[in-house]
Design a protein around this ligand. Structure first.
Ligand code: NCD
Length: 353
């Protein structure tokens, strides 16, 4: 593994190794305090973030490394019209690893084509968020002892929720998972995720109601309705507040069921649930920092490429997804990949028409 763009690119064995190290870090963090001594991470956050940015920063600091970057692209040369390619070529000359969050789908993949050092996708629009998945899997494995064989419910905005897409990709690497996808019809998982689940023989049940399925679950993964991703504000108004997990609803859940949430929470979990021992979302955020330490200790220590591979220059836009990075960075090559036999954009996964 050189970059972490999409959890689907990781082999099961690579995840097992990352988890094993994360677990060793959780048990004795002081043993890892010099693992990235002298290394520098660039945190490029083109989109608001508290948890992920702080989590990556503290992860690097706890490994003995340092961090620079921006949390507001208006304070960088992006505001002057610099291309992503130029920003990445320059930043990857200074840093040993680049962590980036953007509103454009496929941007981390695009950056990885031009970077001299490993690139980590810390969230690309409504597409993917693989390091949140590292936090999620670490939490499940540490607290339930396994991932195989569990019944996992994912609830909320499954269309725009990138954490859900990455988690589903990761769970394809485990055995006998039962999926309950709980969302309003208009916020169901995107077509490329459906194709992925079919291709990987992942049986799933789609429902619109939360209460009826709660008693069957080992994990309930709640998500926020992603207001900033809605093109139509009325669609957001129709769906906000649609799922609210309360103490009363939890009464019918299994005693060991984990209530998880990538955070930030808006109103989808009432505050009185926080005191229930099954509510593990704050612990999940802490596990996320350790999981990122595990990742950075590997990536920041990889050799730098002095010459990056030559990348063909795009001639025509192939992707019609308005949120795809290829829409704003026209020099990108028109890369295509297959999802369930269908030609898709290799940056954002949307089907090509
Ligand atoms: C998530 C994200 O940014 O996608 N947050 C996070 O990284 N912890 C979830 C969200 O914003 O709803």
């Amino acid at each position: 593994m050189r970059h972490l763009i999409d959890f689907g690119d990781l082999k099961r064995q690579e995840w097992d190794e990352l988890y094993a190290r994360a677990s060793r870090i959780i048990d004795a963090p002081e043993k890892f305090m010099d693992v990235c001594r002298g290394k520098v991470a660039a945190n490029l956050f083109y989109e608001p973030s508290t948890r992920t940015n702080f989590s990556f920063q503290t992860a690097m600091l706890r490994l003995g490394g340092t961090v620079f970057g921006f949390a507001d692209p208006n304070s960088s040369s992006v505001a002057k019209g610099e291309t992503l390619k130029d920003t990445i070529k320059m930043v990857s000359s200074y840093a040993d690893v680049v962590v980036m969050r953007t509103p454009w789908e496929g941007a981390a993949k695009a950056a990885s084509l031009y970077s001299h050092v490993p690139v980590v996708n810390a969230g690309d629009g409504g597409h993917m968020h693989p390091t949140q998945t590292m936090a999620d899997l670490t939490t499940i494995t540490r607290l339930l002892g396994k991932v195989d064989g569990l019944s996992i419910g994912m609830c909320g905005d499954l269309k725009n929720g990138r954490t859900v897409h990455s988690l589903i990709k990761a769970l394809a690497k485990f055995e006998n998972i039962r999926f309950f996808l709980i969302s309003p019809r208009e916020l169901a998982v995107p077509e490329y995720m459906r194709a992925f689940m079919k291709e990987n023989n992942m049986p799933y049940t789609e429902v619109t109601g939360l209460e009826a399925v709660i008693p069957q679950l080992d994990v309930l993964y709640m998500t926020r309705i992603q207001k900033e991703r809605f093109v139509d504000p009325l669609e957001y108004e129709r769906n906000k507040g649609i799922y609210i997990l309360t103490r009363r609803k939890l009464e019918r859940a299994k005693e060991h069921m984990l209530v998880m949430h990538p955070l930030p929470r808006v109103d989808e979990i009432t505050v009185d649930v926080d005191d229930d021992p099954r509510a593990v979302y704050f612990q999940q955020a802490r596990f996320g920092m350790f999981a990122r330490m595990s990742l950075l200790s590997d990536l920041a220590n990889q050799p730098r490429l002095d010459q990056t591979p030559v990348v063909e220059i795009g001639t025509k836009p192939v992707c019609t997804n308005p949120r795809c990075i290829t829409q704003t960075q026209p020099y990108l090559p028109p890369l295509v990949k297959k999802n369930g036999g269908v030609d898709c954009c290799a940056f954002c996964d949307s089907a090509l028409r």
